[in-house]
Design a binder for this molecule. Structure first.
Ligand code: ADP
Length: 786
């Protein structure tokens, strides 16, 4: 229940916008009489005003009036006042919470226009390609009419097509594709191959789906490497026989997996190794852990299906098969081994970023969704966006009924069938929401037994799904869909349906987030339509078993179900709500933790990418090479002759041989060394000679091109190694938390050490390769002189 205080706060928050909406409305008579040409002329006029130092705030009222008028003429749709208010919220970089059917797509036309006037590009992010295309073609007409260029960014596009899409004033596409373009842009060999411009403003539709639900898996660009088949097979055999707690530990909540001493002994025996913890067996340990995960975390026909000898992953939210998606880091191969399939090549991560960190690079970010308020804190803390609730255009007429809670799952489904049959008998359409394909099938089987016919939205293409979902509001329809299927698609009510009570939405399981439940409810009762929603749940549902086992046992003693197994008790409803909140909190904590972990890599990635930029732009490359030379020499001395350690422990020879590789000629090393300064002095003349040679070579364009290639290659190679070692580190810290040190601290500290190591490797390898290049160059020149 929303508290009175919150209601009041929301009302005040909203008032600010209604004043501006009034001003926009006042301009309507004036704008209505403008000719098409005059209306279009507004765009150039606004751009000029911005150029003269006015701000977005100065022009937004007139700009909104312009877009509304254009929309009336082009699409025949006049923005409702609440849509203008939503647009204002977005323009200032916040989240507009608007119910389903309120026309969020049209809302986005406003901020995208205004912020595009700044000339730096606006990205409009949708949850799937279908919607990106639809919105670009539909809403894009308004912008094209007003003289802006609109682009569509799709996967599989050629670089030149993508460049064109990004050059546009407003670019539509799916969030992950923008993220992938960022990663790929930082893998190109030449600046001309880049597709993106610097980030400016992004509007994220279904912002909660994009930033919260899908943020669990990072975006990964990977390359193929042959997998070690034998390792996977043996690891899988072991994992199959392993027992939880005896051989391995697995934490349901964090998914942390580790082996017990007994498990480790078994692995050592199976692979005939002495100590699994030796660095050289790091990979082996990893294979076994992945095999265990494949067995405990992935269930066939829920998380993946097997088809034509291949593993196809299933999207947990839509229940749809994710074509071409594979798990990385050997997990996919572990699942293949588990199912006895042929083992495919492994994907090695070449670059990666989380969706969250990608979008945090935009100077201004905003979004819209039907459900954000329950996640308000997260949006504010992580993205600096406030959530503003926008009232509906017409009063909401949907009735959200109290949950029905049953003792057993069987009683639940029996009641579901009874309810569906009763609704169906009077012609009322029913949409049944489920949490997985498996559950959809189960519901379908029950309905079939009862002789009810239905539409099942399993493993359908996006287009088919949208099509079927849009039919769900017709008289007599029964539709079964996973909770997120066909999002973004309107369910219009068929003739006579209003009299039958509108669409009845029946949820068959509570999701781990109230937000997703609300999304399901929101499929009914759009634009003031009548409708009803209700959840049928049972105490045997997954969520309670997984997250509230003990409390559940206690509760079971206090319940008195009726003849149908229904438990209508206050303490039961409270238990349901409490559990859901606990799970939400745990998930938020997990995302926060992951983000913190990712922050470590994120900073490192930024450093490497900006170094890479400098190299590709050939910005002061000779200076860079000199810097790297000095760092490498200094590093060799520090490593083998540390000033704060006794000289007896120094390895002077090693330091000298490392330094020799960086220089054109061997320095005349002193016979004995008892001070670091002696080494530095000996290096000095050779260092000078090398620097002069670098200066001379730098006048040659081909030489610069050469060092550019060398350094860029080293960066890329070391980045891949670095990502892999960070991954191993992350796995490892779970194991070491028992040492009573904060795992996050270990990760930060050791992550820094790893980064430093790989960064020094880039420098060292670049210097050695470039010095060799200069030496060869000199040789050729000398031969020419002779
Ligand atoms: P949401 O994404 O908020 O659920 P949509 O953007 O799918 O809603 O829009 C719902 C429907 O309402 C669409 O058919 C759209 O064309 C229509 N619509 C939106 N705004 C208006 C408007 N101002 N006037 C008339 N129809 C509108």
């Amino acid at each position: 229940m929303i508290s009175l205080f919150n209601q009041l706060k929301t009302k005040n928050q909203y008032k600010k916008y209604t004043k501006l909406v009034d001003k926009i409305n006042q301009l309507e008579p004036e704008f209505e009489v403008l000719s098409d040409q005059e209306l279009r002329g507004k765009t150039a006029h606004f751009i000029e005003r911005l150029g003269n130092g006015e701000t977005i705030d100065d022009i937004k009222v007139e700009a909104f009036a312009t877009v509304r008028e254009a929309s009336k003429r082009v699409l025949g749709m006049r923005h409702f006042d609440v849509q203008l208010a939503g647009g204002l919220v977005l323009t200032e970089g916040n989240i507009a919470e608007m119910a389903t059917g309120e026309g969020k797509t049209l809302v986005a036309s406003l901020p995208s226009y205004v912020r595009a006037l700044e000339g730096k590009g606006v990205h409009v992010i949708t949850v799937n390609e279908y919607l990106a295309r639809r919105d670009k073609e539909n809403i894009g007409q308004i912008h094209e009419y007003l003289g802006l260029r609109v682009g569509l960014n799709l996967p599989m596009m050629q670089a030149d097509q993508k460049q064109l899409a990004y050059e546009a004033d407003i670019t539509y596409g799916v969030g992950s594709e923008f993220g992938f373009d960022y990663l790929r842009d930082n893998m190109v060999k030449s600046l001309a191959d880049r597709v993106q411009r610097p980030y400016h403003f992004a509007i994220i539709d279904e912002v909660d789906s994009v930033l919260v639900d899908e943020a669990k898996t990072p975006l990964i660009v990977a390359g193929k490497m042959p997998a070690n088949e034998d390792f996977h097979r043996v690891a899988s055999m072991l994992a199959k026989r392993f027992k939880k707690d005896a051989d391995y530990d697995f934490d349901e909540e964090t998914k942390a997996t580790s082996l017990t001493d007994q498990g480790i002994a078994k692995v050592e025996e199976a692979f005939d190794v002495d100590n699994l913890y030796d660095l050289e067996h790091q990979m082996l340990y990893h294979y076994v852990i992945q095999a265990v995960r494949a067995h405990v975390m992935f269930e066939r026909d829920v998380d993946y299906i097997v088809k034509d000898g291949k593993i196809l992953l299933v999207d947990m939210f839509t229940g749809r098969v994710m074509e071409g998606r594979t798990m990385s880091d050997g997990l996919h191969q572990a699942i293949e081994a588990k199912e006895g399939l042929e083992i495919t090549d492994e994907n090695k991560t070449q670059s990666q970023i989380t969706i969250q960190n990608y979008f945090r690079m935009y100077p201004v970010l905003c979004g819209m969704t039907g459900t954000a308020k329950t996640q308000e804190k997260e949006f504010r803390e992580v993205y600096g966006m406030d959530v503003v609730q926008i009232p509906t255009n017409r009063p909401k007429a949907r009735v959200d009924q109290q949950d029905k809670v049953f003792q057993t799952s069987k009683q639940k489904y029996t009641a579901v069938v009874k309810e569906v049959a009763a609704r169906h008998a009077k012609g009322q359409p029913v949409l049944i929401g489920t949490s997985s394909i498996l559950q959809s099938d189960k519901v379908a089987a029950y309905l079939k037994d009862a002789g009810l016919s239905y539409q099942l939205l399993n493993a359908k293409s996006v287009e088919q799904e949208n099509d079927l979902i849009s039919q769900a509001g017709q008289l007599n329809q029964i539709t079964i869909a996973t909770n997120m299927a066909g999002r973004g698609t309107d369910i219009l009510l068929g003739e006579g349906v209003k009299d039958a009570g509108g669409l009845f939405v029946l949820g068959t399981e509570k999701h781990e987030s109230r937000r997703v439940d609300n999304q399901l409810r929101g499929r009914s009762g759009r634009q003031g339509d009548p409708g009803e929603s209700q959840f049928f749940i049972s105490l045997e549902d997954d969520m309670f078993r997984r997250f509230a086992r003990e409390e559940l046992e206690k509760l079971r003693k206090k319940i008195s179900p009726d003849g149908d197994g229904q438990i209508d008790q206050k303490n039961v409803y409270e238990f349901v709500e409490r559990t859901q909140r606990i799970v939400e909190g745990a998930h938020f904590g997990q995302r926060e933790y992951n983000l913190k972990l990712d922050d470590v890599i994120n900073d490192q990635r930024k450093i490497l990418f900006s170094l890479r930029d400098r190299v590709l732009e050939k910005r002061d490359l000779d200076g860079l090479l000199k810097e790297m030379t000095d760092n490498t020499i200094k590093g060799s001395i520090e490593k083998y002759c540390p000033e704060d350690a006794p000289e007896e422990s120094w390895d002077v020879r090693k330091a000298q041989s490392q330094i020799n590789k960086c220089l054109l000629n061997q320095p005349s090393w002193p016979r004995s060394v008892d001070h670091v300064r002696q080494l530095e002095e000996a290096v000095s003349p050779e260092r000078e000679r090398l620097f002069e040679a670098i200066d001379r070579s730098a006048e040659d364009r081909r030489f610069l091109e050469g060092i550019k290639g060398v350094i860029q290659m080293q960066i890329d190679q070391q980045f891949v190694r670095h990502i892999e070692s960070m991954l191993r580190l992350k796995e490892g810290i779970g194991l070491r938390s028992y040492q009573q040190e904060d795992p996050m601290r270990i990760y930060q500290r050791e992550g820094f050490e790893l980064f430093e190591y790989h960064f020094r490797e880039i420098e060292k390898r670049s210097v050695i390769a470039c010095t060799a290049m200069i030496a060869r160059h000199q040789e050729i020149q000398q031969q020419g002189v002779k």
